[in-house]
Design a protein around this ligand. Structure first.
Ligand SMILES: [Zn+2]
Length: 369
């Protein structure tokens, strides 16, 4: 490796919405996982609100087949809460690793927690209270109430991962839950840690529409701090792409495209390589029970060679150097990255190079240990 290159583990993103199926015009499994691979992300965990949704064994089986044939990276799948909870055991056998709960599932929180626990499935929650969402879809009340409600239920059984936490008050509530309950964790997204809404949260441009919404600067700083000090368990993108014209329209659907730049962005903004790897490689891989995420003997060799801006003499290169990516589209447009993915190895095999692009599809299902 060259002097300005560093070798880091491949990242594991616990929260992505690869589109495909009826939404192939937004993204396919192939294009989404290629974005992941080229950004140094070698494992992704899918969410079930695809069209059609992954909430029954047939849909799950079709999805796993598609991932197996089309994905450039390793994949695992959360399923949606089925109407008949007994089919969760069939979906567990088929290869689901967890259940994702949405605001619409709140009336069934208790039974969902019990069922996931009984089936040894992980539980991930979008913790916004559905009634508060109806009253005010962009205010903080929905998450405040939602996190409180989930904490109440989780204090009995544990086993919960809070998705895309966006408020300082949520971090406090989850810390309190963690102090007496096992198996509690939370994710922080790049957008909630790096972007805020300004003084009036109703004035955001439609292109930045996302759920939960971007918050005020004080909450944005709090979320960034949870990454900086490692209080957040995971950095996860909540990658949820739409077409450029959809995001430019006045009624832009919620969701942001972020998988390709998430890892170099984290390294650049955090300026703490060890913590970045803990949040985006080591902890999420351990959560899945995978022997990867660290560069150690016995670990699967999912590895990324990054070129860094910082030269051996500690000097930054010329400011107008265009060797490094400036994010061209999406929520982080215009940000200059201090890290560039040069090569990605999967299982010790070169799978992507910045010069030649992807070398092979090596999609594989991940099962929790
Ligand atoms: Zn999501």
């Amino acid at each position: 490796m060259a002097e300005d290159e560093i070798l880091l583990p491949g990242a594991t993103d616990l929260h992505v919405h690869l589109r495909d199926w009826e939404e192939s015009y937004k993204e396919t499994v192939s294009s989404g996982t290629l974005a992941a691979l080229s950004g140094g992300v070698t494992t992704v965990v899918e969410m079930p609100n695809t069209k059609p949704p992954i909430d029954n064994p047939e849909a799950l089986s079709k999805r796993l087949e598609l991932l197996e044939s089309d994905s450039y990276v390793d994949c695992a799948v959360h399923v949606g809460l089925p109407r008949e909870l007994q089919i969760l055991s069939a979906m567990r056998r088929e290869g689901a690793i967890g259940v994702k709960l949405y605001p619409k599932d709140f009336p069934r929180l208790r039974e969902a927690f019990r069922a996931a626990h009984d089936q040894s499935l992980k539980l991930a929650v979008h913790a916004e209270d559905p009634e508060a969402l109806v009253q005010d879809p962009v205010g903080p009340r929905a998450e405040e109430n939602g996190v409180k409600e989930v904490c109440k239920v989780a204090s009995r059984v544990g086993n919960v991962r809070f998705c895309h936490v966006s408020l300082a008050s949520s971090v406090s509530a989850i810390a309190e839950l963690k102090s007496h309950t096992n198996g509690v964790s939370f994710e922080v997204t790049p957008h909630h840690a790096l972007l805020s809404c300004g003084p009036d949260y109703r004035q955001l441009p439609p292109s930045l529409n996302v759920r939960p919404p971007l918050r005020r600067e004080c909450d944005r700083i709090a979320m960034f701090e949870t990454l900086r000090n490692g209080i957040a368990d995971f950095y996860a993108t909540d990658h949820a792409p739409h077409t450029a014209s959809e995001k430019e329209s006045q009624n832009a659907p919620p969701g942001l495209r972020s998988l390709k730049f998430a890892y170099p962005l984290l390294l650049t903004e955090l300026q703490d390589v060890a913590m970045a790897c803990r949040l985006y490689c080591e902890r999420p891989a351990a959560y899945l029970g995978e022997t990867k995420g660290k560069i150690e003997p016995g670990m699967i060799a999912d590895l990324v060679v990054f070129r860094t801006r910082t030269r051996p003499d500690g000097q930054e290169p010329e400011a107008n150097s265009n060797e490094f990516d400036i994010v061209e589209t999406g929520p982080f447009v215009g940000r200059r990255l201090g890290y560039k993915v040069e090569q990605v190895y999967k299982g010790g095999v070169l799978s992507y190079s910045s010069e030649t692009g992807p070398l092979a599809k090596r999609g594989r299902r991940e099962h929790s240990a």
